[in-house]
Design a protein around this ligand. Structure first.
Ligand code: GLU
Length: 320
């Protein structure tokens, strides 16, 4: 009788090189890394550079330099090429194209000609995140109507989201039930300029790269049910998810890559060593009992999701 080996945990960093990493990105990266390392798993780095207007090679280099300085190592990715290369999404478009063909063959996508301005005029953004529920304006266009509209405008492609509720267990937030259609409506899988949307690319890549665990900010919690739908339709496995709270600035705004004051350039200068920065962050977020300087490796023994969940309220830190 043969005994099968358990599949090792595989996590990933999936940064978009649209700006320097900030403290919030660092917190996510640290938790993702600690979760994987504490389970003796493997870490992969994927550069999410699909948007040519926002992402540059220089910013990707800087991201990798910051991760390396922090000691947040990756086993597979740029500089550590293994079986799942290439690791930049801009070089993986054929895979997204073939997933899109599958969805098209099942009649799960349709062309949408709505402009942002038209959508703003008919629907109110969701509280907080500025996204809209797509009201389905192009859902039932006849082929003749679509043909007519395509003479003056290139369409985006939208996924026909079903009415049912997606249920999943989040390692940090607990059980989730989200109805994609009533919350977000049909969502874009390829933009009108031909750029593949995050929702499709991330699903294709996480599966192709054998990712079993995803740790990311709770701003992406609403993306997960959309991704789970796509996984089901494309017959891909669903990884485990943990969505962690976003860090807030002292005036209550969520940190973004536009807040230069808390980017890794500033933080490296301010703290001097990775140990000082990581130790401080670990103490602030409840990963470690205090803010003693500690390397990423030294934090592994302190990490557990149970401890992180117990500090649920404290993980949202403000930075003076
Ligand atoms: N590329 C996304 C970002 O930098 C993260 C995607 C993900 O973790 O699924 O915000």
């Amino acid at each position: 009788m043969s005994t099968s080996q358990p599949t090792p945990v595989r996590g990933r960093f999936a940064p978009s090189p649209s700006g320097r990493m900030h403290l919030g990105n660092l917190c996510c990266a640290l938790l993702a890394w600690l979760s994987v390392r504490s389970q003796n798993g493997e870490m992969l780095l994927r550069i999410e550079d699909l948007d040519p207007d926002r992402c540059t090679r220089e910013k990707a280099e800087l991201l990798m330099d910051d991760l390396s300085w922090l000691g947040l190592t990756w086993d597979e990715g740029p500089g550590h090429e293994r079986t799942h290369a290439p690791y930049c999404q801009s070089a993986r478009r054929e895979l997204y194209e073939s997933a899109l063909s599958e969805l098209r063959a099942k009649n799960d996508v349709y062309p949408c000609f709505c402009t942002r301005a038209e959508l703003h005029a008919v629907s109110a953004p969701h509280a907080g995140d500025g996204t809209f529920r797509y009201p389905g304006l192009c859902r039932n266009l006849t082929p003749a109507e679509a043909e007519e509209k395509s003479r003056t405008r290139r369409p985006s492609l939208r996924f026909r989201a079903p009415e049912d509720t997606v249920t999943f267990e989040d390692l940090y937030c607990g059980p989730q039930n989200i109805n994609v259609q009533s919350t977000f409506g049909d969502f874009i899988v390829r933009r009108s300029d031909g750029v593949f949307a995050y929702q499709l690319a991330v699903v294709v890549d996480d599966a192709a790269m054998g990712i079993t665990e995803i740790v990311r900010g709770c701003d992406l919690l609403g993306s997960t049910p959309r991704q789970i739908y796509l996984q089901h339709l494309l017959e891909l496995p669903t990884p485990h998810y943990a969505h962690i709270p976003l860090l807030m600035s002292p005036d209550g705004r969520r940190l973004s890559k536009r807040d230069r004051d808390l980017d890794l350039g500033e933080l490296r200068a301010r703290f001097g060593t990775p140990e000082a920065l990581l130790g401080w962050l670990a103490g602030q977020t409840g990963i470690a009992p205090d803010t003693t300087p500690r390397s990423a490796e030294q934090l592994i023994e302190h990490f557990s999701w149970g401890v992180i969940r117990a500090h649920r309220e404290n993980i949202t830190i403000t930075v003076e």
